[in-house]
Every structure is written in C-alpha cells, then in structure tokens.
Design a protein around this ligand. Structure first.
Ligand code: RIB
Ligand code: CA
Length: 318
C-alpha cells in the first residue's frame, strides 16, 4: 500500500551491509517517515558489527537522534551464515570505520518492536526488514498481540525468476533464516516482497556512482565508497556493470510504488530440504490453489529508482 497523507511510522530492521546502509540514508532523508527505531540483526556480518554499522550510518547522516537497537545474533533454528565475501570484514567496507556517537539502546530489538507496536494505534506501523527475518518473527511469536498494530511488512528477500544468490535456489535473507521468513509470510498482515527479481534490475552502474560523487557531500562520499566496494564482487559474479542495489528498493517502493509492478501471490518458503532450503516458492500463475499471502514485486523502473535515490541523497548538506 503506497504512502499517502501524514508521516508514516516506520520500524526498519536491517543487517548493514552496504546496501542496508544506502537504504538507511534514503529513509533518513525522506520526511515522509516517522522512523520509530532501527533494529539490527545478524546477517551480512555478526550482530556486534551490524548494530555498530547502523550507528555509524546514523552518525554520517547526522541522525544520532535515531534509536538503534541490537536484536538476535542467531537465526531461529539454523546456524548463522554471514556474507563477508560480499560486504567485507567490517560489513560496510569502503568507508573508514569509527566508534559512533549514536548510542546503542539497552532494550533488545525484539522487546522494542513488541513494546512500540503494542503502544501504537491499530494498523499503523510499517515494518521494513532488509536482513534475515529473525527479529520480526520472534516478536510475532512472543507477542501475537502486535499483529493488528502492523500496517504492513515490506521486506527485501526471496527470488524465483532470478534464481538464488546464496544457493542455486535461495536468496541470502531468506536462506539465513527460512523459518522466520515462513512465519512472517504467514503473519496475516499485508506483506510486500522485494525479491532479487526486482533488485537485479537495479544495477548501480559507474555512471550512477559518478552522479552521487558529484553531490560532493560527506554522505555522498561515504555512499560512493561503499558502493565502489559493494560493486566489485557482484559485478564479477554476474558479469554486469554494477551490483544490484537491493535494500533501498524497499524504501523506494514506500515512497513511489508506481516505480514498481507486483502481483498478489502465494509465497511459501522451503524449510526442510537442504538442497532448496530457503527457496521462495511463488505461485505466480495461481496453479496451486493456495491463498495469496503477499504482493510479489517483479518489475522496477530503474531509471526512476535511481533518480529518486540521487534526489534524496542530494538533500544532505555538505
Ligand atoms: O540477498 C541480498 C540481501 O541479503 C540484502 O538485504 C543484503 O544486504 C543481504 O542482507
Ligand atoms: Ca540487508
């Protein structure tokens, strides 16, 4: 459901990661949102790094007011799998690492999600997970009473036409915690899925990086550094100019849903077979008779996406 009217309350759950970092910079620059908090989860790199990285990005964005929480350091059932081979040892290789001013909140992310949702109006808070779905699923398990307070979930994850990026059939976020993903997909609230089928169209090519560089601000410089590092692995892996910019597509959909095309589908996650663990089985042509439980995005106006991203990044002062 697109954004309309007053600011929309948002909880972002992420595993920075360079693309999570750019997603945060896009969200922080967009006054359509009332960001209630940023929760972090183990994923691209272990939790002690994802929480620190989220606070570093908050500092760089001049948003030390944003509350950052640490959540789960392991998936619900499976052993943690990380992706330093993509993101580097720090998780946000490409920029200088420093001890951030933005404090880490003492409350556990899952407690924060539960407390915040229970205190919010019904059907009011949008959840934007861009890492493994462990925190979100655990909050739903621990307090099902939060569900009516969730307006929608907009998650980055999954793949069907694109195939997997972590195994032959699974995308990273879903692969790391398939049990959490299956539970979130069946939470009964509106879920929009932003899969590789979309993000693999949003390749951050050198021309885009150069346009961001020309913004000539601290934020732009950090974004360029992270993207140039992020590009190296995927460009080689996919033989493309530029890497797919996954996580910012979630925020872009909330800001400009007309840039995307999606379809109401049944989506199930493989949680038994090791061969296809974490695969998102998408009933795109409604052949199974299983009820639709998500809006599966499958197309993006990539030029419009990058114009939006660059315009929002340009809002940061030098
Ligand atoms: O498969 C891509 C997703 O996994 C992105 O969210 C990336 O940051 C990693 O979390
Ligand atoms: Ca991520």
């Amino acid at each position: 459901m697109p954004l309309t009217g007053p600011k929309i309350p948002l909880i972002i759950d992420c595993d920075p990661g360079q693309d999570d970092a750019v997603m945060l910079l896009l969200a922080f620059a967009s006054d359509e949102f009332d960001i209630l908090g940023v929760t972090t989860v183990a994923g691209n790199v272990p939790l002690e790094l994802t929480q620190r990285n989220a606070r570093i990005i908050s500092d760089i964005a001049g948003r030390s007011d944003v509350r950052v929480f640490a959540g789960c350091d392991q998936p619900l059932q499976r052993k943690l799998v990380t992706a330093e081979y993509v993101h580097g040892k720090t998780g946000i290789d490409g920029i200088e690492i420093f001890e951030p001013e933005t404090p880490l909140q003492k409350t556990h992310a899952v407690d924060f999600i539960i407390e915040t949702l229970m205190a919010s109006d019904l059907d009011s808070v949008t959840l934007v997970p861009t890492g493994p779905l462990t925190n979100i699923a655990l909050a739903m398990r621990r307090e099902p009473g939060i569900l009516p307070h969730i307006k929608q979930v907009v998650l980055m994850g999954g793949a069907v036409r694109e195939g997997g990026n972590t195994t032959s059939s699974a995308e990273f976020n879903i692969y790391v915690d398939p049990h959490a993903a299956q539970e979130v997909l069946h939470c009964g609230r509106p879920v929009t899925v932003v899969p590789l089928d979309v993000t693999h169209q949003a390749l951050v090519k050198p021309g885009i990086v150069d346009r961001i560089r020309q913004l000539d601000t601290t934020v732009a410089q950090a974004t360029v550094g992270m993207l140039e590092f992020f590009n190296r692995f995927d460009s080689h892996k996919y033989g493309t100019e530029g890497a797919p910019l996954h996580d910012p597509c979630t925020i872009a959909w909330l800001l400009k849903p007309d840039l995307f095309r999606g379809k109401s589908c049944n989506v199930e996650v493989e949680t038994d077979s090791e061969l296809t663990m974490g695969h998102t089985a998408v009933d795109f042509w409604q052949v199974t008779g299983r009820p639709a439980n998500a809006t599966w995005l499958y197309d993006i106006d990539k030029n419009g996406f990058f114009e939006l991203l660059i315009e929002r990044l340009s809002r940061y002062a030098s």
